[in-house]
Write a protein that binds this ligand. Sequence first.
Ligand code: PMV
Length: 326
Amino acid sequence: MSPDSVHEYRRDDVTTYTASAPGKVILLGEHAVVYGYPAIAVPVTQLQAQATVTDRPPGSGCLLAALDLGRSTPLAQLPTDDALALVARLTLDMLGMGSDPDWRITLHSQIPMASGLGSGAAIATALVRALFAYAGRSVSAQIVADLVFESEKLLHGTPSGIDNTVIAYEQPVWFEKGRPMQIFAPLFPITLAVADTGLASPTRQTVGDVRQGWQTQPAKYESLFGQIGQIVAQARLAMEIGQPQNLGPLFDHNQELLVELGVSGAANDRLVAAARAAGAAGAKLSGGGRGGNIIALVDEASQQSVQAALRNAGARRVLVTTILGA
Ligand code: PMV
């Protein structure tokens, strides 16, 4: 667990643990990653989800307060298909704390939901970390990732596992389904403008549509996935041998292939075009698509104009984040 992500507060005889977890963006390779091709994802530390655990009076049981969902419900009353309740139950079971300890768990997130920034995985990660901390136990990033993956399956159907992995490790990751993930450090800093279309985009929907396309036109879809996989490999090479100028065209090419997969949308296309016209080196949707966020590669010179152009083109929110180089 990242040392920065858990805090302990003591007041009188009440102990409170708060844990946090970042958002994420997929740099390249979304959708194809579900079919075993590689993808690269990075954490977005400006956006955080938080979980706080504190005592409740003896015999009162476990309460799960999801502030952003406007609900505060006894854990015992939440259904088995509730993603956060599932993660809480699995974690309590692993900790040997019984199914209904006298704990209050409060969840809160700054990460917009259903926008490709990993909000569900981040809240679940903060929850697992806070429960382990409250139980006085440390936990590896891989165990956190595995527990959170169970909730991703409930939310998304057939997730690749990239979201829970990058968020649990809080490092840039090279991810291939079914293989050990690799943490990897670009040689140079990468600055991204992340712009929200303002349209919620349930990942389950676009992933399902791509699956349908793949089932009806397997050769076409396999070819698109393969091309995306090659772009991801070229991008990793560019990052590892220090060729930042190669990244922009790779972002653009990945976006073209995502359009062909049918997962871009008018709002994504508008923001991508605006970012490029304002000087971004490359731009693409990030995550499930058809709404959600786009990412644009910027530098010192283009940062301001790209942000302004994205806002003028209708972006609901634009943030700039830098992935530090090795
Ligand atoms: O959760 P999102 O919207 O960032 O999308 C996840 C990326 C996909 O490749 C579309 C799905 C997956 O499970 O990898």
